[in-house]
Structures are given as structure tokens and as C-alpha cells.
Design a protein around this ligand. Structure first.
Ligand code: IPD
Ligand code: CA
Ligand code: CA
Length: 280
């Protein structure tokens, strides 16, 4: 690679431009499919849904990326067997690639199935295991959140900045309930404890959009257990580039293998982790 070029440009092609184009095309496709996909199929559990739109959007993104960057690797949710063990194994193998695209074609499939307008396309590019480009696109609001490592995060041309709350008491938090029933029980106990400490709690059903909202300062913090790299990769870069903090729920540094995550404006991070630790 030409060392004088930024890390996100190879030859004359910008990784970010391709990521944005893929997200826009996939977003348009899933919006067109909204309300037309009929009954979903079940994957790991009866709460883990998939539709034709998830598979079609992933195919579209995979083909476009292969056209631009045939040597790059690709990890998409719908190309991996359901369940936590299979996803961890797929990620381990995929992380050996120098360039790895990590894609969730619809983050928020349950919302998509029910017509609840909160879902997104999530596309990230990792180089040697570190995310360098992240795009989260909400086709309903036509909001495209984009981050490049070291260059900030933006939506509609406006630089993203995390919120300024300093305490949990002033914070609007979000969490998500995993489709894995055992994990869901832990989450329910934590949600019950945290809603009493925060200003309030939202559970909107898309981890990628929750992270984008932390980056945009619309949420003060977010946590969830049992997530996968495709839920988190793009959103984690948005949060970091907007001045926020990502970590595991036990405070360990964030990387793509971390499944139990906390994200925040940084200022409330330690208090959020401490409050989670207190939950039985
Ligand atoms: C799900 C969403 C949801 C979160 C689940 C994820 P999917 O992704 O991010 O908000 O609570 O844990 O699995 O299945 O809609 O891509
Ligand atoms: Ca997801
Ligand atoms: Ca998905």
C-alpha cells in the first residue's frame, strides 16, 4: 500500500465510499421489502428470526464488496451457522484476514418483521482485527452514520459527539434483550436494576443503532450481553470516534471478540459498570 495515502484508501478506491454505497443500496432494498416478507424463519431460538430480506441484503452487500475488493474476506451474519459457538468460531477464523468486512444486513430483524421502524444495515471494515471504517444506515429516517478511524464520525455531514451527562441519574440508557433465553434472564435483572438508577431506559431492538445513538449523544450509555461482531463492529467505531468509550461489561478493553459490552459517553462509564456489577 502507498504509505502516503490514508489507511482507508487503497489504490484509487476509498473503503469508506464502498461501505457507504453498500449500506445505502442494502438499506433501500430492505425498506422496499418492509411488510412483504411474510412469516420469518427461526434460527437459534423462537426469538431469533430471519427473513428473505436479511439473506437478500447480505447477498447484495457481499457481491458489491467482492466486485470492488475481491481479495478481502467477508463475515456476514447470514453466512454463519446460528448460535454463539458457531459465531465465535467463524470470527476466530475470519480475524486472520488482513482486510475483513463485517456485515449485519438487518440489525433489528424482529422490528423489521413487526414493522417497528427501528432497524439498520451495519457494515464495518477491520484491518488486522481493528475496525477502520464503520457505517450504520437507518433507511427509515435516512440517517447514515459513518466513521473512519482517526477522522471522526458523522451523520448528514455533522460531526458526532457523545453527550455530556456526568451521572447515571441524569442518563438515558439503552439495552437489548438477547434472543438466547439464558442471556435474556441476566439482561432482565440488570434492566430492572438500572432503570431505577438512570433517568430512564430504552430497549429499541437494534444494537447497531443504539451504538450510533450513543455516538450522536442521543443516548448516554448502552450495554448488552451475548452480541456478535456484526452487531458491534461498525457502531463501536462510531462511539470511539465521537469521543465515547467502549469496553466489556467487566471493564476489559473492547475488541471484536467481546460479546458482553458497555458503551457510553465516557463520563458515566465507571458508574455504569459498577451498577451492573452490583446486580445479582
Ligand atoms: C439483534 C439486535 C437486538 C439485540 C439482539 C441482536 P438481529 O440483532 O441487535 O437489538 O438485542 O441481541 O441479536 O438479530 O436483529 O440482527
Ligand atoms: Ca444483529
Ligand atoms: Ca441481523
Amino acid at each position: 500500500m502507498d504509505e502516503s495515502r490514508p489507511e482507508t484508501v487503497v489504490g484509487s478506491k476509498s473503503f469508506t465510499a464502498v461501505a457507504v454505497n453498500c449500506a445505502a443500496k442494502a438499506g433501500e432494498y430492505i425498506k422496499m421489502k418492509l411488510g412483504t416478507t411474510g412469516q420469518p424463519d427461526f434460527k437459534y431460538s423462537r426469538q431469533d428470526l430471519v427473513t428473505e430480506a436479511d439473506k437478500g441484503a447480505e447477498r447484495l452487500v457481499r457481491n458489491l464488496i467482492a466486485t470492488h475488493f475481491p481479495d478481502h474476506s467477508f463475515l456476514g451474519e447470514e453466512g454463519v451457522e446460528p448460535g454463539p459457538e458457531a459465531s465465535a468460531a467463524a470470527l476466530r477464523e475470519a480475524l486472520e484476514a488482513e482486510y475483513l468486512w463485517i456485515v449485519d444486513p438487518i440489525d433489528g430483524t424482529t422490528n423489521f418483521v413487526h414493522g417497528f421502524p427501528f432497524f439498520a444495515v451495519s457494515i464495518a471494515l477491520a484491518r488486522n482485527g481493528r475496525v477502520i471504517v464503520g457505517v450504520v444506515y437507518d433507511p427509515v429516517r435516512d440517517e447514515l452514520f459513518v466513521a473512519e478511524r482517526g477522522k471522526g464520525a458523522y451523520v448528514r455531514g455533522k460531526r458526532l459527539k457523545v453527550s455530556a451527562e456526568r451521572t447515571l441519574g441524569e442518563s438515558l440508557l439503552a439495552t437489548g434483550f438477547s434472543a438466547n433465553p439464558a442471556v435474556m434472564r441476566i439482561n432482565a435483572r440488570e434492566a430492572s436494576a438500572l432503570v431505577q438508577k438512570a433517568r430512564n431506559l430504552r430497549v429499541c431492538g437494534s444494537a447497531a443503532l443504539h451504538l450510533a445513538y450513543v455516538a450522536a449523544g442521543r443516548l448516554s450509555g448502552f450495554w448488552e450481553h451475548g452480541l456478535n461482531a456484526w452487531d458491534l463492529a461498525a457502531g463501536s467505531l462510531l462511539v470511539e470516534e465521537a469521543g465515547g468509550r467502549m469496553s466489556g461489561v467487566n471493564g476489559e478493553p473492547f475488541d471484536l471478540r467481546v460479546r458482553d459490552v458497555a458503551a457510553s459517553n465516557g463520563l458515566i462509564h465507571d458508574e455504569l459498570l459498577a451498577a451492573l456489577r452490583e446486580v445479582e
